[in-house]
Design a protein around this ligand. Structure first.
Ligand code: NG6
Ligand code: CA
Length: 509
């Protein structure tokens, strides 16, 4: 595909050159043409969306027509992985192309944690900038800000703009963590200097209400954690004071980010762009806009999945209306697997019915079993990618090397694999091996097999209600025959186990 693409460009370029008579301008004109021929790149990244949460991945109780359209018009991966079973490490791997377990700080970050990515590190937006792209993030960041102490009332840096994004419009960490404000290019949006923002993750500010001291103020009840500051009636993680005018509206968040994403397309369509559209759904607190309340019959979790699908439909419509859809490669995925009760009473468990967010896999968010990291993964490029289903093993971490290949930048990468042809549906060859991670524990996927080493610790995360993947024995599953990881073959197949341990140890060096 890429070759075809460049061949086409070459023909156009040669035609152009033979046409133009003044030879001094030839070279610069070619350079401009090369730039204009690069496809835009969009990563649409959901938060906690499970392998079975979309109708294109087998869900029947919920219909996601807009995401389904990407899957049926592009490549739907059945073995697509986030690097990790939680957010921060997966996002770290996506943007840096590096295994997150190589960085001991790559774990779920507080809202005031320092920037996790070194400003000297290689990143996707830096690489694409080098290739002439305009780059932006709109949505959830959760990779830390500042270098220790953040003053939210001044320029907040380093952050996304210091690791390669030309433009950023973000929520700092998660929707359930303070500060509950949007930050645009390092500045809190709508900040009133007379009402400065203070954030603390250890202690409350004197006189400020919390979920524990003022339960009567709550419009959503907390189940575990989430009992600190109250914003819009929702109890959060962490304490925050001030910034009243800057606080976001939870029910409008999806529309707000969509508006920003649409506007970005409209104002940047004339030159190649890379947009990382990091949506907040269906992470807690699930706050569907009233238009979507009750629409799924599954409570807020189902409703926000419908809301996300609608947003994606609107976003694609904008690409089409602005005339850039056919020149835009879209990658769709999720940062980790699904969770129902992630700390609030919001009927996710009670109203689930027959829906299986895990899509037949075992575990879920936080788990080393498959549902923790195996997620929906779709590539779409209208009239360029031939619709297909691929069983190749691909990981989000591979986007760095693969997109590098697409834009002709050859950066050396340790962990990221160039799978461009696979992502464009021209090859079925994926990774030979992949190390997945959950809460700093790691396991090896290799071919049809997965090996989970012994780990101490709870086997079940009781509050959340999922299996962690911890046990005192080695676990070995053949995923082709046993996608639900029910038959541990470690004892039956010591030879395979030994081989897997050897590969795993070799890769972890
Ligand atoms: C956990 C939170 C959970 C969620 C998660 C991060 C508690 C008890 N649980 O610590 O609600 O915020 O962090 O999710 O506080 S992630 O998708 O960003 O990794
Ligand atoms: Ca997540």
């Amino acid at each position: 595909m890429r070759h075809k693409f460049y061949r086409l460009f070459l023909t156009v370029a040669i035609a152009f050159v033979s046409f133009s008579c003044k030879n001094e301008t030839k070279e610069s004109q070619i350079a401009v043409d090369t730039k204009n021929n690069k496809p835009n790149i969009v990563i649409i990244y959901l938060d906690d969306l499970g392998y079975g949460d979309l109708s294109c991945y087998g869900a029947t109780a919920i219909k996601t027509p807009n995401i389904d359209a990407l899957a049926t018009g592009g490549v739907k991966f059945t073995n697509g992985y986030a690097s990790s079973a939680t957010c921060t490490p997966s996002r770290y791997a996506l943007l840096t192309g590096m295994y997150p377990w190589r960085n001991k700080n790559a774990r779920i970050l507080a809202g005031n944690a320092p920037l996790l990515i070194d400003t000297k590190q290689q990143t996707l937006p830096k690489m694409l900038s080098k290739a002439g792209y305009q780059t932006a993030i709109i949505g959830k960041w959760h990779l830390g800000l500042g270098s220790g102490y953040v003053n939210w009332n001044e320029t907040i840096k380093p952050g996304p703009n210091e690791v390669g994004f030309d433009a950023s419009y973000i929520l700092a960490a998660t929707q359930d963590r303070v500060p509950t404000v949007y930050i645009e290019n390092g500045h809190v949006v709508n900040l009133d200097k007379n009402d400065p923002i203070e954030v603390d993750y250890k202690k409350n500010f004197k006189g400020e209400p919390t979920a524990k001291s003022n339960p009567e103020m709550l419009t959503m009840a907390w189940h575990h954690g989430h009992n600190n500051s109250i914003v819009n009636g929702i109890p959060r993680i962490g304490y925050m004071k001030g910034g009243e005018a800057a606080k976001w509206s939870d029910i409008d968040m999806a529309d707000h980010f969509l508006g920003k994403a649409k506007n970005y397309i409209k104002t940047h369509k004339d030159n190649p762009f890379f947009l990382y559209y990091a949506m907040q759904q269906p992470h807690v607190p699930r706050t569907p806009h009233p238009r979507f309340v009750g629409k799924s019959g599954m409570g807020p979790r189902g409703d926000v999945i419908l809301e996300a699908d609608w947003c994606i439909g609107e976003f694609i419509k904008t690409l089409e209306e602005e005339g850039v859809l056919e020149n835009t490669l879209i990658v769709f995925s999720s940062d980790n697997g699904p969770v129902l009760n992630d700390g609030y009473y919001d009927e996710a468990v009670e109203k689930l019915g027959n829906h299986d967010p895990k899509g037949g896999l075992r575990g879920g968010k936080y788990s080393l079993f498959e549902a923790g990291t195996r997620v929906p993964f779709i590539t779409y490029w209208k009239n360029h990618i031939k619709p297909n289903v691929s069983d190749a093993i691909v990981c989000q971490m591979d986007l760095l090397a693969s997109l590098g290949n697409l834009v002709d930048i050859d950066e050396s990468t340790t962990d990221s694999k160039n799978l461009l042809n696979t992502l464009l549906g021209e090859s079925q060859k994926g990774r030979d091996h992949l190390i997945i991670e959950a809460k700093s524990h790691t396991a090896l996927r290799s071919g049809d097999w997965i090996m989970i080493p012994p780990y101490k610790g709870k086997t079940i995360n009781k509050k959340v209600g999922t299996e962690t993947g911890n046990s005192l024995e080695y676990k070995l599953y053949n995923l082709k025959k046993d996608i639900g990881q029910q038959n541990n073959l470690a004892k039956e197949n010591p030879q395979k186990l030994k081989e897997m341990i050897q590969i795993f140890e070799g890769l972890k060096l």
